[in-house]
Design a protein around this ligand. Sequence first.
Ligand SMILES: O=C[C@H](O)[C@H](O)[C@H](O)COP(=O)(O)O
Length: 225
Amino acid sequence: MNEQEKINAALKAVSFVKPGQVVGLGTGSTAYFAIQEIGKMVREGLEIRAIPTSEATRQLAEKWNIPLTDINDISTIDVTIDGADEFNSRLQLIKGGGGALLREKIVASITGTQVIIADASKQVEKLGAFRVPIEVIPFAANVVTRKLSALNGEASLRAKNDSTYITDQGNNILDVDFGLIDDPAALAKALDHITGIVEHGLFIDLADYVIVGKGDQVEIIAAKN
Ligand SMILES: O=C[C@H](O)[C@H](O)[C@H](O)COP(=O)(O)O
């Protein structure tokens, strides 16, 4: 994990933001730098409306006086800048380490240009060293845990400060070890069909670009369509 790589990726990503756009604001320690930079651009006169992907990001955006809008009042988001926990060469992602995957995926699903920013440690050949975060309704946590073991997934209920972790939607997170994942798209489809899962952290065909900081360089990787 390299802070300067995160900063460099974030500074590159904000060049995707243009005046008048609706902008999705991601969550996490990498998105933090992009939000801060967008805040400075707003202070210098950039006019945008933004949609935060978590309550933490909402607070950060408010601190920077970034104008916010309600996702229910718009039909598309022009560009979203967000982080990731892992990405592979097909720009498939694991997200949700910070618990924000549900709003992040909703935002990504209506975003025209999804820009992921990361330091070099996030780039992997196969996804899965980072456990897949899965948001579940509390009522179903054990039901889903048992169904996941049928998919060779070992689930742990996320905790924070000795209590069960609660998402912005009042749900829980299972962090699931599937080992290294041979076919993330197939696993994502299987997870889509488990009742009780609200959403999972496998992001398939959602990233248009990954901007990765590598030392003092920045690499922009575009999705192959
Ligand atoms: O739930 C959190 C998000 O998916 C984050 O974008 C992801 O965990 C990466 O966070 P960070 O940039 O702090 O590594």
